[in-house]
Design a protein around this ligand. Structure first.
Ligand code: PLP
Length: 357
């Protein structure tokens, strides 16, 4: 039987998507050819890319004037592309530091230009989202990480910026998990492997009018304009990753879209947090008001129970529960494709541990 996969990423995908993807690797569209051995410029693959873009636009209600791209290099390359494409010559970028991924974005930014960290939660090992800050009016852009995959915190309200400042967000681990107002953002990016598909592609949603404003010559592959003008086909796109992402987005649409999955995600998170709060053997890591609905971090209140608990969840077919080394304890990643039943199985093992004690 398939495991209950709580992996933080790459992570669980819908079973029917895995089956369709397997079939396409063997024989795609009855072409008697594999998806991964045909030209990306064939009409069959162009249809896949078009559908992936259209689904992303539809599911997130992306307004006119935005481009949707499927790029390579992971979210990590976006740390660099953000600053290259948004920071004006002699301009300034603002960042909110809420975890390891934000810090990496800041490191890349600093290599390139003037970067201001306007708020940080590092003083408490990133267990909360900073709230008392304001973005300087002269910042070209404000970058933040909407969901902190490692620490288990999430922005439930997005930062405010003045009119001249572009709001930019790394949404790798919560894209398509909840409704967002894309019109508030100039740039959104997300590595596929957390909530959209397999590793190998990165979704970028960018407002066209914010580009070409920096006054610098951006290297071709790192310039969003290049990829917009070639519809994500400037160079060979990651065909398999785009195809499986398209299937996953199609699955999401068939299941009621973002609004419907948001309700399920809330139910899953409430079920698990309720047990963490009720059961005296467990304790949440993140500040209650900033808890993530995607990555639930928790620890045992009595370390001597670790062996018993690990045995219980392993025997129940739960996988991928180990916390990140910088936090310790446990992390249950409960992305879109993880069924409510899997969360129930985990909660049952927590109750089981209490009974044994
Ligand atoms: C996983 C993750 C990344 C890194 O993504 P790569 O595709 O491996 O570069 C960046 N940001 C967040 C929020 C993540 O969860």
């Amino acid at each position: 039987m398939k495991k209950h996969n709580f992996s933080a990423g790459p992570c669980v995908l819908p079973q029917e998507v895995l089956e369709q993807a397997s079939q396409a690797v063997l024989n795609f569209n009855n072409l008697d050819l594999s998806l991964i051995e045909i030209s990306h410029r064939s009409k069959d693959f162009i249809a896949v890319m078009d559908k992936a873009q259209a689904l992303a636009k539809e599911l997130l209600d992306v307004p006119e004037g935005y481009s949707v791209l499927f790029l390579q290099g992971g979210a990590s390359t976006q740390f660099l592309m953000t600053v290259m494409n948004l920071l004006k010559k002699d301009g300034k970028g603002a960042y909110i530091s809420t975890g390891s991924w934000s810090k990496k974005a800041i490191t890349e930014g600093k290599k390139f230009g003037a970067i201001d960290v306007i708020a940080s939660s590092e003083d408490k090992n990133f267990n909360y989202i900073p709230k008392d800050y304001s973005c300087p009016e002269d910042a070209d852009y404000l970058h933040f990480t909407s969901n902190n995959t490692i620490f288990g915190t999430q922005f439930h309200e997005f930062p405010e910026v003045s009119e001249g400042t572009v709001l930019a967000s790394d949404m790798s681990s919560d894209i398509f998990s909840r409704k967002i107002d894309v019109s508030k953002f100039g740039l959104i990016y997300a590595g596929a492997q957390k909530n959209m598909g397999p590793a190998g592609t990165t979704l970028v949603i960018v407002k066209d009018e914010i580009l070409n404003q920096t006054g610098r010559d951006i290297p071709t592959m790192l310039n969003y304009k290049t990829h917009i003008s070639k519809e994500s086909m400037f160079n060979t796109p990651p065909v398999f990753a785009v195809y499986v992402s398209m299937l996953t987005l199609d699955w999401l649409k068939k299941n009621g879209g973002v609004e419907a999955i948001e309700k399920v995600n809330t139910a899953k998170a409430e079920l698990l947090y309720a047990e963490i709060d009720r059961n005296p053997l467990f304790e949440g890591v993140a500040a209650v008001e900033d808890r993530s609905k995607m990555n639930v971090t928790f620890v045992l209140t009595d370390d001597s129970k670790q062996e018993a608990f690990d045995k219980l969840w392993n025997n129940a077919g739960v996988s991928g529960l180990k916390g990140h080394r910088s936090v310790g304890g446990y992390r249950a990643s409960i992305y879109n494709a993880l069924p409510l039943e899997s969360v129930q199985v985990l909660v049952n093992t927590m109750k089981e541990l209490e009974k044994l004690s």
